[in-house]
Design a protein around this ligand. Sequence first.
Ligand SMILES: [Zn+2]
Length: 444
Amino acid sequence: MRRWILAIPALFLAWSGLYAQEFDADFEDATLRLDYVMCGDAHHQAIYFQRALKTSEWAGRRNNLTKPLLEGNGQIRVLDPETGACLYANSFSTLFQEWQVTTEALHVQKAFENCFQVPFPKRPVDVEISLVDTHRKVSSCLKHRIDPKDILIRRVADNGLSSAVVWQGGPLDKTIDIVIVAEGYTEAQKGKFFSDAQRAARAIFRHEPFATLRDKFAVRAVFAPSHDSGVSVPRRGEWKDTPLESHYDTFYSDRYLTTSSMQKVYDVIGTTPFEHIIVLVNTPIYGGGGIFNSVTIMDSDHPTFNAVLVHEFGHAFGGLADEYAYGDQEETPYPADTEPWEPNITTLHDFGAKWQDMLPAGTPIPTELDELDTKQDVRRIWHTLTPEQKAQLNLKLGVYEGAGYQTEGVFRPVQECRMRINECEEFCPVCSRALVRLIDYYTE
Ligand SMILES: [Zn+2]
């Protein structure tokens, strides 16, 4: 019996060793940063390669190398040039694709910066980067060769900026590595930044499933001093000199705080190893954003900080969709003939791939909302609800119509979730399961 118990860890070690061998066969313990420009309009797009850089040790996953768990709106793949075999792949979404469904994109062409990281190859490889449209069909693709001996791959040196470990749940090669980057903090506000970064980490690890699985994460913070304190607010004519050039009013939406200067974000991070970025913006003005495997960006001092940070991190880390609807868009990102890749919404095109297995037998599809959620704006009365009433709205699984910005044709798993309203304290069971699966995928 004892031998049998010992056999399991031995087998596990053998598998771990195999994964490590696969990684070591193709890659160095180093990171290749690749910068691209994506440009076009509502109907056309193109991707251009700009430059390659060698940065830090590799902080990304060393197993599950070739298949992203979530499809994203685009993928980057490293291929063996002789066999075409995939050696590494990752998925992402972009601000560029969000812009493509705005009315501005109907009459102007624009360019957006994007940076990606892949493990540094030992031999020449092909890198293929592709974007998909709302029907999950490839709409644009660029393939180019990277020779690791190319003298024009810039070797990035330590940029000398201050950094600190905010949370270390385990060793670098076993944890999911988050970096928090300062934006709009002057030299005199350095202490405030590191304290805000601690507060950000606490906000995330206070929420399940991150609380239980916090030992699978590491969080670092990098401080870049800003000339001005605060952030640009274009609708007020306020433009500030800040390291990452972030601003509100992205796509003319008041609360949409983003930065289009992704190369500056990556330059500030420099040689700090990371997989996920949180840009913390020194302002009390409500706003933020989260783009899958790209960036979470967040105000530091609005009273809703904890709730909104975790929501935006749900997008950027977890690939979770918004479960709210605010009217019917002219251009839906979720057409009826396509199942979205996001785990927490469905068009019912392929519901079996979503939470059908979690649904109690006999649940009607679509599911009617409870009276609690129909006779008033639940956000206004949330603080008056009993724990039982909140649980009913947050935990009772169904297929409720209205999600992904659409009041019709897109469905969510519960009536209220952290991905729907700021007032709801918890992720729903479907979002939670998706996050646990993703954390396991990164760390197993
Ligand atoms: Zn949810």
